[in-house]
Design a protein around this ligand. Structure first.
Ligand code: HEM
Length: 129
């Protein structure tokens, strides 16, 4: 195998655009720019891993040996940024976490007011008649 390049944190961070994208898997840096279009799992899931350690997401999916073989062709080098990526906030826009729709349970008061009104209306009708 060709001698491996060492990739610094700064170099890694310079390659975080969709058309020029490096991701980190198990301490190795891979250039996935050309692969994005071909990824069977869609490009968004890989783009979401930009600027961070993608190892866990990659392993969670249970990628096949075939998928792991593809990685060899994309290898840039060994990551030398220590655990910076784990502590630094990911700079890439991630569509997760933030946009949770308001789904909290409504206040019981909000439910009781119309019920009370309805009750009052029928009471009025009943006793008023
Ligand atoms: C350069 C890195 C990657 C390569 C080479 C790769 C390759 C592949 C390949 C070949 C498949 C087809 C199934 C298989 O053979 O396992 C696949 C499926 C998939 N990948 Fe990746 N993948 C990469 C990174 C990622 C990342 C970072 C995620 C993040 C979550 C991801 C999520 C998925 C998902 C969800 C599927 C399933 C698609 C489906 O069956 O509907 N992959 N990937």
């Amino acid at each position: 195998m060709a001698s491996e390049k060492v990739v610094s944190y700064e170099q890694f961070m310079e390659h975080q655009q969709r058309e020029n994208l490096w991701i980190l898997l198990s301490g190795k840096v891979y250039d996935v720019s050309k692969f994005l279009d071909e990824h069977p799992g869609g490009e968004e899931v890989i783009v979401a891993e930009a600027g961070k350690d993608a190892t866990e997401s990659f392993e969670d999916v249970g990628h096949s040996d075939e998928a792991r073989d593809l990685l060899k062709g994309m290898l840039v080098g060994t990551f030398d940024g220590g655990d910076k990526l784990k502590s630094a906030p990911a700079p890439a826009a991630k569509p997760t976490h933030h946009s949770a729709p308001a789904g909290g349970s409504p206040s019981p008061i909000a439910f009781l007011i119309p019920v009370a009104c309805l009750g009052a209306y029928f009471a009025y009708r009943y006793y008023g008649a």
